[in-house]
Design a protein around this ligand. Structure first.
Ligand code: ADP
Length: 515
């Protein structure tokens, strides 16, 4: 190789031309191209050409000068002669690739060194040019390589961003106190945070295992049924679901909720399952229920005694009218107290799952008419017009008749109570697909919109009742909801304040007694 003058660093710049290929959108930022060759004629010609094309051209006649230039300046592309006086071109290529921001390297070679050019491409060169270099073709080739470089860098940046987001998401998910996992439609866990495995008492990673295989052995739902059944059901239910998971091994209760996860096109791609440790909450709630249950139980016997005594007193002869009136009031109060105690007891038992349910084929029509018999005096007293339709045509349903009676009694007495005298109350029963629909419509005071969301909560009473009816506990609708949900049904209402309310109860009809 001939000894050649090194003039690396003698970068010659031309005035910015917005239309030049070497000028990026920001005209201040021109792409720098380093031409490494020991042939001064070629260097001069290529440099001149690059200047004209709007690039910043640097030249180097030796490998050492080229490395010095690369160390000093951010270079986008190197046109590299493989036969340098001081260094093998492929070695220079490898060194350039190890730079923090490696340039694209295009090897320039004579026919004799074509094999080494191919070796250079295999070592990572972007391409090669065979001498003599055709200047007109050089322009489009440089453009192509620079575009490719820009694309590669953009991809690398996107990849890095995606990795950062991924790491951040994992960090966020791992720092939440809830367990979160994504389950594919075939029941396999595709991703999960660390907490999910911890909560399930699983020692190792759970990703790629089957959901049913990571459930702790003998874990149950709240009603004591195997938890596996609930999870099997939720895997095939497009609406998802929720429930409790009691884990006997470490005595903890987890509340889980499964929601379908959809892709951008709205297609369900799996389930997102969250697990929350609710052991303490359930414990406190159990203590509360046990306390209420104990107190109300203790109250029942003395209250029954008081009621019995008052009944005896009411039947006595020669009681002065004024005293008889007091006894009558006391009887009414004791009955209300007994009603409240009974409601509290039922709620405590339903909440703890301890209420024994006696499912029987039941005629909703017969239960409704028996309730209306009991309420006849109140209907009469308030002068309401009452109608019942659709009951005769209804097939029997499988429910607990006593609890169903409580649902109908609560909803009907509310309709009578919250409708000013002379109102219209209509009860309608009908078949609705696989269910039976029971509805009661009144034209009473209605329920304010903002109160409607809280209606089925314990002790909730809307503001507008205090103007007309102060008696009440706010327990009736809560009890109704617990009972209806226990039968697998739904209760809801529509209402307009000042115009009236309709409550609906939907109860499912099991196939075995369908007529
Ligand atoms: P209570 O009747 O003892 O207050 P409920 O739980 O039965 O308790 O009802 C809760 C609240 O719902 C009532 O206080 C009332 O505000 C509202 N409500 C229930 N039924 C009706 C109705 N038919 N019309 C208007 N408001 C009603």
């Amino acid at each position: 190789m001939r000894e050649r003058r090194t003039d690396c660093g003698s970068a010659r710049t031309t005035a910015s031309r917005a239309s030049s290929p070497g000028v990026t959108r920001d005209t201040a930022e021109r792409e720098t191209i380093l031409v490494v060759d020991d042939d001064p004629t070629l260097l001069a010609a290529v440099t001149e050409f690059l200047d004209r094309e709007g690039y910043t051209a640097l030249t180097a006649a030796t490998g050492e000068a080229a490395m010095a230039a690369l160390g000093r300046t951010k270079v986008s592309l190197v046109l590299l002669d493989l036969e340098l006086p001081d260094m093998d071109g492929v070695d220079l290529l490898r060194k350039a690739q190890r730079l923090e921001e490696p340039p694209e390297v295009v090897v320039v070679t004579g026919h004799a060194t074509l094999d080494s050019a191919i070796a250079a491409v295999e070592a990572g060169a972007a391409g090669y040019l065979v001498k003599p270099v055709e200047l007109p073709g050089l322009s489009s080739m440089i453009k192509r390589f620079l575009e490719r470089r820009a694309l590669t860098r953009e991809n690398a940046q996107l990849y890095e961003e995606a990795q950062t987001q991924r790491t951040r998401l994992t960090q966020i998910l791992d720092s939440t106190s809830d367990g979160i996992m994504f389950v594919s439609p075939d029941g396999r866990i595709e991703s999960a945070n660390r907490r999910a495995a911890e909560l399930l008492g699983f020692g190792s990673a759970i990703v790629s295992l089957r959901l049913l295989d990571v459930l702790p052995a003998h874990s149950t739902a709240r009603d004591g049924s195997p938890a596996e059944a609930a999870f099997r059901a939720v895997l095939t239910d497009p609406a998802g679901g929720s429930g409790d998971l009691e884990i006997p091994q470490h005595g903890r209760v987890l509340h889980w909720a499964a929601r379908p996860t959809k892709d951008a096109g709205g297609v369900t791609v799996g389930l997102t399952l969250t697990f929350q440790d609710v052991t303490e909450e359930r414990h406190v709630s159990q203590l509360k229920s046990d306390f209420v249950s104990f107190v109300t139980h203790q109250l029942r016997t003395p209250l029954a005694g008081i009621k019995w005594m008052l009944e005896l007193a009411a039947q006595g002869t020669g009681v002065p009218d004024e005293i008889a009136e007091y006894i009558q009031d006391a009887r009414g109060s004791s009955e209300r107290l007994i009603g409240l105690v009974n409601d509290l007891l039922d709620i405590a038992r339903l909440e703890s799952g301890k209420l024994a349910i006696q499912l029987q084929e039941t005629s909703l029509d017969a239960v409704t008419r028996s309730v209306l018999d009991d309420l006849r005096a109140l209907v009469h007293e308030k002068g309401h017009r009452l109608s019942v339709t659709g009951g005769e045509a209804l097939p029997p349903i499988l429910v607990d008749p006593q609890l169903t009676r409580q649902v109908i009694l609560n909803l009907t007495s509310n309709g009578l109570k919250y409708t000013p005298p002379g109102g219209n109350i209509a009860i309608r029963m009908s078949l609705d697909g696989d269910s039976v629909l029971w509805a009661i419509q009144d034209n009473g005071i209605g329920i304010p919109k903002e109160a409607q969301r809280q209606l089925f909560q314990k002790f909730f009473r809307a503001e507008n009742v205090f103007a007309i009816e102060t008696e009440g506990t706010g327990l009736g609708l809560y009890l109704v909801r617990l009972i209806v949900e226990r039968f697998g049904g739904q209760v809801w209402c529509t209402s307009e304040e000042g115009k009236g309310t309709t409550f609906f109860v939907r109860l499912p009809r099991p196939r075995d007694i369908r007529t």
